[in-house]
Design a protein around this ligand. Structure first.
Ligand code: CO
Length: 135
């Protein structure tokens, strides 16, 4: 049902510093920082040959990653994103298998301009999971 790993998202306090680690220490291809006020984060995308890394820095007063960074002051892996072909069909199947979909259960347009949903970490081995209808 799930397809490719679309990205691994890492929450950070200082996105310029984190981008420099990926660009200069790890030698990766790193985008400019893009503020995403609709999502309460600033993002940097790192393109790897087989997937992407997404750096997230809190933006605004009630950023969805603020609490995560309180618990993980050094930053950390925030979520994994898997691609799916039909997000509504996958959502309904996951619900029928007892998984909890976060929010109102309706897909939102995510940071890549594609429909996404988030799944409860307690149902997925302690990991917040995003599913994205990638095409
Ligand atoms: Co994501």
């Amino acid at each position: 049902m799930i397809g490719r790993l679309n990205h691994v998202a890492i929450a950070v306090r200082d996105i310029a510093k984190a981008a420099a680690v990926y660009r200069e220490t790890l030698g990766a291809e790193v985008s400019a920082a893009v503020p995403q006020p609709d999502h309460g984060v600033t993002t940097v995308f790192i393109t790897l040959p087989n997937t992407k890394i997404e750096l997230l820095e809190p933006l605004g007063a009630d950023s969805p990653i603020a609490r995560f960074l309180e618990r993980n002051p050094d930053g950390g892996i925030h979520h994994l994103c898997y691609e799916v072909d039909d997000i509504i069909a996958v959502r309904d199947q996951l619900k029928s298998r007892g998984a909890r979909v976060l929010g109102d259960g309706e897909p939102r347009i995510g940071a890549h301009g594609k429909p996404v949903l988030f799944l409860h970490p307690k149902d997925f081995c302690g990991t917040l999971v995003e599913i994205e209808q990638a095409r």
